[in-house]
Write a protein that binds this ligand. Structure first.
Ligand code: SF4
Length: 425
């Protein structure tokens, strides 16, 4: 059963009389578990829908509609599938105490992998999940492979029951499912010869593996440092060399680059980022792969619409990680807008200095960095550092930060999104 939370005006759901609180029980006698069932089973032209209204009345509707037309009902959020692993580098283990409860949940959910591109390990699939992935043909899936050697993978995931990922992917591949893959690289565990073998196995898989990325492991002050460490410059350089060797092979044999190093890998290797064309469709930009080149592309594409900023002083809040790369983005942005941009790298005082990603910046640290900056006309904050409720990781609200700093603040994912409208006079 799934509960309805909102109804789109003039939709089929409204016509049927569904309201927030209506319970969707089954379609053609098949019980509904989540949004996947709802979307796939109601995609047909004709079906029987069994609902329970908030007053307890149960109704069966015989629906006829154009195939693929959405029903227009928003559903309660899915109960996130918990992770079966215990990776030494797990971000959740690295969380300090006192954060929002949801931040302590280890999620590993193939449904979110399909819908939002979240990486999943596929180690917690039930027989029913496997059947659903095949039946609904959930493709592409985003998979954390880490290593194709089953022993190394089990070690990496700290899960002795983790299935052989290649056998699993092959089984899904026979049902038309494709994959984007990532390898979180832990030095001494899955780099070197293991990384080489992993990439060889994924490459041999053929077009079913659409892309891959190698991301250096990131730790916090609270991670299990006795078991895992961050890679050195030389280890990152070796990983870049392996990635680029496979890029050359893939380009020559298949006409595309296929595998990518995360921006962070190049940064830690102290090597320049690859040119934009190497990232092809920016398939893993959300995973920090090609972020700088993507931002540069967005600024170039939106150049004409970024007017009215000449002479303004704009602060750009970022985490320490991106600070080294951001000048490559701010230079073309300044050139396109005529504004003066100042990078404001903010240290993470909740997770500690090791956590340098912008998305985890606490509101308090941002507030402290901006509260005396009367010289700025505007401050841009990373869009990913607040959740859907406008809360930073330390529970401070965006509204509170806005009220306590002397300039307008805007959240931005790519700069172009936040600079379309001039600031209030
Ligand atoms: S797969 Fe590993 S890193 Fe991801 S949530 Fe599970 S334990 Fe944490």
């Amino acid at each position: 059963m799934i509960r309805v939370t909102a109804i789109e005006p003039e939709s089929i759901a409204e016509e049927l009389g569904l309201v927030p609180g209506s319970e969707l029980i089954s379609v053609n006698g098949r019980e509904l578990e989540d949004f996947l069932d709802w979307e796939f089973l109601t995609a047909d032209e004709e079906f029987l829908l069994h609902v329970r209204q908030p007053d307890g009345e149960e109704i069966e509707f015989e629906i006829e509609k154009p195939a693929g037309e959405p029903m227009g009902a928003s559903l309660e959020p899915v109960r996130i599938r918990r992770c079966a692993n215990r990776c030494d580098f797990c971000f959740v283990d690295g969380n300090p105490e006192g954060l929002r409860k949801v931040l302590y949940i280890r999620d590993d959910d193939y449904r979110l992998s399909f819908r939002y591109g979240n990486f999943a390990t596929l180690t917690n699939l039930t027989a029913r999940d496997t059947a659903r992935i095949k039946e609904y043909r959930l493709s592409p899936l985003y998979v954390s492979v880490h290593a194709t050697d089953p022993v190394i993978r089990r070690w990496t995931l700290r899960n002795p029951d983790a299935p052989d990922i290649i056998a699993q992917m092959r089984d899904f591949g026979e049902h038309g499912i494709q994959f984007h893959t990532q390898i979180v690289m832990s030095p001494g565990v899955n780099d070197g010869a293991i990384l080489e073998q992993t990439l060889a196995d994924l490459y041999a898989f053929g077009p079913g593996v659409m892309s891959g990325s190698v991301v250096p492991v990131g730790l916090t002050e609270f991670s299990k440092h006795s078991r895992v460490r961050e890679p050195t410059v030389d280890e990152c350089r070796a990983a870049v060399a392996t990635v680029e060797k496979w890029q050359r092979t893939a380009l020559e044999e298949r006409g595309h680059y296929w595998i990518h190093g995360a921006d962070e890998l190049y940064l830690r290797a102290d090597l320049p980022l690859p040119p934009e064309e190497r990232y092809e469709g920016f398939e893993q930009v959300e995973n920090g792969v090609g972020s700088v080149r993507w931002l540069q592309r967005r600024i170039a594409d939106e150049r004409e619409s970024l007017q009215g900023w000449a002479g303004k002083r704009i602060g750009v809040v970022t985490g320490i990680a991106m600070a080294a790369l951001m000048p490559q983005v701010l230079a073309p942005l300044a050139e396109a807008t005529g504004a003066h941009f100042e990078l404001i790298p903010v240290e993470n005082d909740v997770f500690g200095g090791r956590v340098t990603t912008a998305g985890l910046l606490p509101g308090t640290a941002i507030q402290t960095a901006l509260k005396d900056r009367h010289d700025l006309d505007l401050a841009l904050l990373p869009g990913e550092c607040v959740n859907d409720d406008g809360l930073f990781i330390d529970n401070m609200s965006a509204a509170l930060v806005a009220a306590s700093v002397p300039m307008e603040i805007r959240f931005s994912k790519d700069f172009a999104d936040a600079l379309q409208e001039p600031i209030a006079a």
